[in-house]
Design a protein around this ligand. Sequence first.
Ligand code: PLZ
Length: 445
Amino acid sequence: MPESTPVAQERRLVTELPGPRSAELMQRKHSAVAPGVGTTMPVFAARAGGGIVVDVDGNHLIDLGSGIAVTTVGNSAPRVVEAVREQAGAFTHTCFMVTPYEGYVAVAEALNRLTPGDHEKRTALFNSGAEAVENAVKIARSYTRKQAVVVFDHAYHGRTNLTMAMTAKNMPYKHGFGPFAGEVYRAPLSYPFRDDKSVDGQAAARRALDVVDKQVGAESLAALVIEPIQGEGGFIEPAPGFLPALAEWCRANGVVFVADEVQTGFARTGDLFACDREGVVPDLTVTAKGIAGGLPLSAVTGRAGIMSAPHVGGLGGTYGGNPLACAAALAAIETIESDGLVARARGIERLMLDRLRRIQADDDRVGDVRGRGAMIAVELVRPRSTEPDPALAREVATAAHQQGVITLTCGTYGNVLRFLPPLTISDALLAEGLDVVAAALGSTR
Ligand code: PLZ
């Protein structure tokens, strides 16, 4: 298929899944790729765009995953493709630490403008979400001259040594990979579906800060790191007031408040950043995923005073802020702003919440429907209880996959179905994708 042909925006299955070419590639994967790197579906991608991923056998799958919240502006978004093409023809790499280039500076300017808060900011660029989280911790330690880091139950921050320590869930992220970095402490989260009804945002914050106070102490604490809506941990949106209370405590106690907006950032939640909803202004904001339309890029952006603490040469890396990724980021940001994608995420939220709540009304295994924007989840439980049902989540996801809908699961208990469509998906495809999920759920009764 010529590259310029747009991807047909329809679900179309022309083989069983996986088809023969995918099956053959999966054999090669087994012989060549370390088995530790798993795949959600056994189909190999050939092209993607809008709300569709086309596999190597010509099957058209509805994309409700965006490659784990990355292709928010769509796959191969036109402005991104054009910008990368042009940059690739000019130069692909010089290393910003050797001979710098404008694209890096322009991305820093854009992030300083867009991230929460209108104070003076500085930015440093990296490659992956985990690498940026690590650097946020380095910067906070350098600034405060303290060492401890507080993270939360159900947190996910990455797979490097420090970020494994910060991530909560053992299997598959940590099992057998220790020892982990020290000086990382875990506090209880606000989890409205599982908390007692009397635990509102303020009470949940008091509960968490009591643990921090008793087990760590502000005088030892460099940073408190939190996902404003937890991603891998189960799309857990804390009760209103929880994040503002934590941010306030950090400010009063000389602790750097770090928002990990890796999964929630860049219009995904119906705001440019999830912290914007309650007007929370983090000291440092960590971004990645949706920042660059699919190219690897991440960033730490925050208060100029804090960001300027590390000595010259203390931050960096060969590829951090690669010119292709920077060109892609500028194009992705322009796409979000000019195509009204924040508003589009809210439209997707209405459509998804409405459909999923109707499913919930008829199915007592749907314990909770939650999320914001194009980051929506259902938590599956044993009927009329809060007991997690991970087998059901697996079964529904697998059935949806077989019908050509890419869905992901998540959650500490593995019982959450999550939906992260690209913001370029049509209402019709989105509705059809949810119909398939509803039918998959129905078929398990
Ligand atoms: N912080 C909040 O969601 C990555 C992980 C997929 P990297 N989430 C997807 C997997 O199984 O590896 C993530 C995140 C939050 C940090 C990260 C880490 O980002 O770019 O994967 O390093």
